[in-house]
Structure formats: C-alpha cells, structure tokens
Design a protein around this ligand. Structure first.
Ligand code: GRG
Length: 285
C-alpha cells in the first residue's frame, strides 16, 4: 500500500455514502425507480469518475464537500450509461459487476426508465447543490451534458453500434474510444476544475488530460477484456485485435506519460492526481 492509497480510499467511501444519501433524499421520486437505481449503484464499481472530480478539486485547493454532489451526478450518469449499454438492443450483457444486469433483475422497460431516471436526477442534483454558485451550476451542467451527450459518450455509443461487424482502422477505433469513454472522463476532470473555481485555461487543460487518460483507460479495458476472454465490442474489433497486447500496452503507457507531463504543469498539489492517473492505467480490474 502506498501512502496515497488511504487518501483515495477515503474519497471512494465519501462518494459511496453520498450516492446513497442523495437517492434517499429524493423522497418524491417514484419508489420502484429509486429501488432499481439503488440496485445498480449497490453493485460496486471503481467510482473512478467521481474520485477524479474530487481529486482534481482538492489538487486545486477545493474542499470535498463543495464538489461531492457534482461528483455523484457524474457517477449517476456513468451508471445510467452502463444500464442502457447492457440492454439487448445495445451490448446485450446479462451480467454487470458480477450480478445480473438491471434488465435481467427487473425488466427491459424498468432498465430503460432507471437509466433515464439516473440521467435526469444527475442534473437535478447539480441544480439543487447547496455548495456550488449559480455560475458553477451552469458550467457543471454544460460540462456533464457535453461529456455524456451527442458530442461525447452518446455519439461514441452510436459510432460503436454502426461499426459493428466492420473492419476498423486504428484511427476509427480511436475516434470511438475518445467519444464513448474518454469524453466522460475528461468531463469528470473538468468538473473538478469547475468546482474548485479554476480558470478556463486550467479547465481546458484538465479536459485535455482527461481525454489522454480516458483513451488509455479504454485501451487497458480492451487488453483486460482480451486477457479474460470477454466478448469484445465492435463485433470483435478492439485495440488488441488491431495491435496485439504488447503494442496496446505501449500505446496506453505513452498516453499515460503524456498526461503525467501535463499534470506536472498544473497549479496546486497534484501528487494524488498523478498517483490516480498511474493506477487507472496500471490496473488489473
Ligand atoms: C448506452 C448511452 C449509452 C452509453 C454507453 C459506457 C458505455 C457507453 C458503454 C459501456 C461499455 C464500455 C466498454 C464502455 C467503455 C467505458 C468503460 C470502460 C466503462 C466501464 O467503466 P468502469 O470500468 O466501470 O469505470 P465500473 O464498473 O468500475 O464503474
């Protein structure tokens, strides 16, 4: 265990508690939907995106409390995307995080609506945040919408579905990865900057670092899927199929080093951020 690990674990614990308490606070929300949302969130997950938001916020001098609800909104959006991605009309996965996926546990219609609920509730959480200024709420909403919407994750998912069964070049696969995975991770980092009151230059730089790390994260995901013999996306085309495992690791490592060079130039105390960046590339799960 490195000395930084307890700091990251504390952030994960803080996020876990708030994810649950924010759902409990939505007492007016339709109970069966909240229960299904809880099932999705109870299944674990690395909580990478909200922790990135908190770590960036802290590196730039912010308090966890200020960024916590925004970080949870980010995790709600991530969980919605996983619920919808598992549906038969998308990736058709019966299991998620070692348990039946939501449409298997409940039904397809409940899975669609629970994803919709989490996406919508994310923006309500931002709007009702007691710690962000009005301008921060506007900036956070824009950041979340762009990272997850038609210029970000949803575009990537559409591109991914279109590419199914086709021979892809590395450049085409990169474009899918950047949209589907990296845009939301970039938004998670930018969100930390917004919550900390960073300048627009620093926020842009955080977004750029997030794209590099998100891209590396997805390449590693492809390698880990390949090692575990998991069904790859794109009808069989992924990074490993195109480049092999060794070259895929090299590509991920190069992106990590580029991101670390940029992190070193950020203002503030970036030691935990650099540590987290390494962990999200040098991982086994
Ligand atoms: C259906 C709108 C919509 C979007 C789907 C997220 C996504 C886009 C698809 C999921 C499948 C996939 C391989 C996505 C790439 C991003 C990725 C690696 C997601 C998994 O993120 P982790 O590893 O998951 O952070 P945990 O379980 O740890 O939260």
């Amino acid at each position: 265990m490195t000395t930084l690990e307890p700091a990251l674990q504390t952030k994960i614990d803080t996020v876990e508690k708030r994810l649950q308490s924010l759902l409990s606070m939505d007492t007016a929300g339709y109970a069966p939907l909240r229960e299904a949302a809880r099932y999705a969130l109870d299944g674990g997950g690395k909580r990478l995106r909200p922790v990135l938001t908190l770590v960036v916020n802290e590196a730039l001098g912010g308090q966890d409390e200020t960024a916590l609800d925004a970080a949870c909104a980010m995790e709600y959006i991530h969980n919605y995307s996983l619920i919808h991605d598992d549906l038969p009309c998308m990736d058709d996965d019966d299991f998620r995080r070692g348990r039946p996926s939501l449409h298997k546990q409940y039904s397809e219609s409940v899975a669609v609506l629970t994803g919709d609920y989490l996406l919508t509730y994310a923006f309500e959480v931002i709007a009702q945040s007691a710690t962000l200024s009005a301008q921060q709420k506007v900036d956070a909403s824009r950041c979340l919408a762009q990272g997850s919407g038609g210029v970000g994750m949803i575009a990537g998912q559409a591109m991914d579905l279109e590419a199914e069964g086709q021979d892809l070049s590395v450049a085409q696969l990169d474009a899918i990865h950047l949209h589907k995975t990296a845009c939301l991770i970039a938004a998670a980092m930018e969100l930390g900057g917004i919550c900390a009151g960073a300048s627009s230059e620093v926020r842009q730089e955080l977004h750029a670092i997030g794209l590099l790390l998100g891209h590396a994260f997805q390449i590693v995901d492809d390698v880990l899927d390949d090692e575990q013999d998991a069904q790859p996306d794109n009808g069989g085309v992924n990074y490993v199929a195109l480049l092999g495992r060794d070259e895929s690791w090299t590509a991920a490592e190069k992106l990590l080093q580029e991101s670390l060079a940029k992190i070193a130039k950020l203002p503030g105390n970036t030691a935990i951020l650099a540590d987290l960046a390494e962990r999200l590339v040098h991982r086994t799960v």
